[in-house]
Every structure is written in structure tokens, then in C-alpha cells.
Design a protein around this ligand. Structure first.
Ligand code: F6P
Length: 323
């Protein structure tokens, strides 16, 4: 390949800019011309792309979000949408695309690749639910943001002797919830991977009160069978005498903001550089990820067929500590 394009798609994730920068700079070093596409697959369909040089990606590695913009694009799921995108790429002589994103984005990447247009994927989502990479760009920073919020909530919860129910993102994956519960020292947590035992959580809260704790933290992953508001209401309904007063905080998109930490800057840089190298070598049809600390490539078919699961030993650890 001599000309490639790079795009970011789906939910933005801190570290995407590091990946864009590495695709561009490593791509240029490999002799490629690199185009940046605005707002993901939508920009591809609408032909919104331009050549990027080394300076265009200067000063972005420390910033969260994505300098290219991102989008969710239902039209790209249609054959017509993909054909339009391919026509836009062909008209510029572009021979390959690097797609930086999570599950939905890599599904789009795979469909473009299957339609005959070479694509290399880069694993990026705060949810860390993408098969083919132990860790994805943005997950670590999102965890740090969630933890900082929990540390703050503990302060006010302690002052008022309250329970803070904190809802974190993650779609239908409990990774952020579980890791936040462990690292945030939560008393209880609810995740989509198992049914929420409301009475058990109420018991934990009540025990915390009785043994003189000043507060309790309950982490609720957004995909759990009760959201944080519903869980608080259910606890109050079933057990009006848990001791503490309850308050709900929904962190939401706050977790997607913030500047990337060192892990996401390094991960984005390593993934992006690898993706450019693969394109320069004429390879495609794979997702760039990390396995056992090393860069790996997983064919799209395997990525889409696979399901990433939570580490059962971490689940056990969280249960053990959350008391
Ligand atoms: O996939 C990342 C994510 O932040 C999920 O955790 C969340 O469910 C979703 O995106 C929110 O999507 P949107 O930004 O479109 O509201």
C-alpha cells in the first residue's frame, strides 16, 4: 500500500490521539501517504478526509478525545453506505484504512474488509470488552477518572454518613464496574455478568453501618440488571432500616473525558505504529491488540466470533474484599 486513511469511530477513548499520531508518523516513515478521516465512517461516506503530515499530529498525544472526531454511523451498516465509502476511498487512490475503535467499529471494519477493501483495526474502547486484546485504548484512563470520582464521593459520604451508589459505564460489560470496585475499595458492586442480589447488598450496607463505618460505596455497572437509581430505590423499599441514607451519582460521559494516562499514551502509540507497519507491508484483515504484554494480530472473523469474559479470579477477589 502507498496511501492509507485513518479514522476513529464509536465512543471516543483517551489515547486515540496517540494512536492517530503514531499511524501518521510511522506511516510516513514507512513511505505511506496518510489521510485523516473526520468523524469516523460517516466522514468516509461523505468523503471528509485530508492528507495529514507529521506536524498535523503534533501536540495531541496528551489530549483526550480524538482530533479527527468520532461518530456512530448506522448508514455504514448498509451495503449502499459501504459502497459509497469505498468509492470515496478509490477516488483518492487510498488503498487501506486503519479503524481505531471498539466492538461496533470493528464490526464495521470487518464488513469493509470483507467487501474487498483492506482494513486494519486498532483496539480502542473504554469498556475493554473487545475480543482480541487484553486491554483496549482508553480503559485505563476511564478507570482513573472513575476512581478519582469515587475518592471524592467517599469524602462527602463520610461527612454525612451516607451510602454512595456510583454508576459507571461499560455498556453490557462489567469490566469498568469490577475494576473500579476493587481499586475503589467498594463495599458492594453490581455488574451485568451476574444477577444483582439486592438483599445481600442491603445486608452489606447495614453491616457497614452497624460496625461503625462512616460510609459505604456501591459501584453499579450501567449494564447491570438494576441501574444505580433503581437499585437505591429497591434497597430502600425492601430494607428501610439500612442505617445510612443513600445517594446516587451517575458518572456517565465524565469517564470519557480527561487526558490519557501513561498506559493509554503508550498503548495508543504502540497500536498505531503497528497498524501503519502492517499497512506498509500490505497486510490487513486483522485487529491490532495486546496479549500477555505483546502486540498481537487477530483476524476480524475471530474478533467478531469471540467473547471477552471477566477474569473469574478478579471477580472472586472483589467479592472477598467487598465486605
Ligand atoms: O462504548 C463506550 C461507551 O461509553 C459505553 O460505555 C456507553 O454505554 C456508550 O459508549 C455511550 O454511548 P454514547 O456516547 O453514544 O452515549
Amino acid at each position: 500500500m502507498k496511501k492509507i486513511a485513518v479514522l476513529t469511530s464509536g465512543g471516543d477513548a483517551a489515547g486515540m490521539n496517540a494512536a492517530i499520531r503514531a499511524v501518521v508518523r510511522n506511516g510516513i516513515s514507512d513511505g505511506l501517504e496518510v489521510w485523516g478521516v473526520s468523524h469516523g465512517f460517516r466522514g468516509l461516506i461523505e468523503g471528509r478526509m485530508r492528507v495529514l503530515n507529521r506536524r498535523d499530529v503534533g501536540g495531541i498525544i496528551q489530549h483526550g478525545g480524538t482530533m479527527l472526531g468520532s461518530a456512530r454511523c448506522p448508514e455504514f451498516k448498509t451495503e449502499e453506505g459501504r459502497d459509497r465509502a469505498i468509492r470515496e476511498l478509490h477516488s483518492r487512490g487510498i488503498e487501506g484504512v486503519v479503524v481505531i475503535g471498539g466492538n461496533g467499529s470493528q464490526t464495521g471494519a470487518a464488513s469493509l474488509d470483507a467487501a474487498g477493501f483492506p482494513v486494519v483495526g486498532v483496539a480502542s474502547t473504554i469498556d475493554n470488552d473487545l475480543y482480541g486484546s487484553d486491554i483496549t485504548i482508553g480503559a485505563d484512563t476511564a478507570l482513573s477518572v472513575a476512581l478519582e470520582s469515587i475518592d471524592r464521593l467517599k469524602i462527602t459520604a463520610s461527612s454525612h454518613n451516607r451510602v454512595s451508589l456510583v454508576e459507571v459505564m461499560g455498556r453490557d460489560c462489567g469490566y469498568i464496574g469490577l475494576m473500579t470496585a476493587i481499586a475503589g475499595g467498594a463495599e458492594a458492586f453490581a455488574i451485568p455478568e451476574r444477577p444483582t442480589d439486592v438483599d445481600a447488598i442491603a445486608r452489606v450496607i447495614s453491616d457497614a453501618y452497624k460496625c461503625g463505618k462512616s460510609h459505604a460505596i456501591v459501584v453499579v455497572a450501567e449494564g447491570a440488571d438494576y441501574n444505580a437509581t433503581a437499585l437505591a430505590a429497591e434497597i430502600k423499599k425492601r430494607n428501610p432500616n439500612v442505617g445510612f441514607d443513600l445517594r446516587v451519582t451517575i458518572l456517565g460521559h465524565v469517564q470519557r473525558g480527561g487526558n490519557p494516562g501513561v498506559c493509554d499514551r503508550l498503548l495508543g502509540t504502540r497500536f498505531g505504529a503497528e497498524a501503519a507497519d502492517l499497512c506498509a507491508a500490505g497486510k490487513s484483515g486483522v485487529l491490532v491488540g495486546l496479549r500477555d504484554g505483546r502486540i498481537c494480530h487477530t483476524p476480524f472473523a475471530e474478533v467478531l466470533a469471540g467473547k471477552k469474559t471477566l477474569d473469574p479470579s478478579l471477580l472472586e477477589l472483589a467479592d472477598e474484599l467487598a465486605r
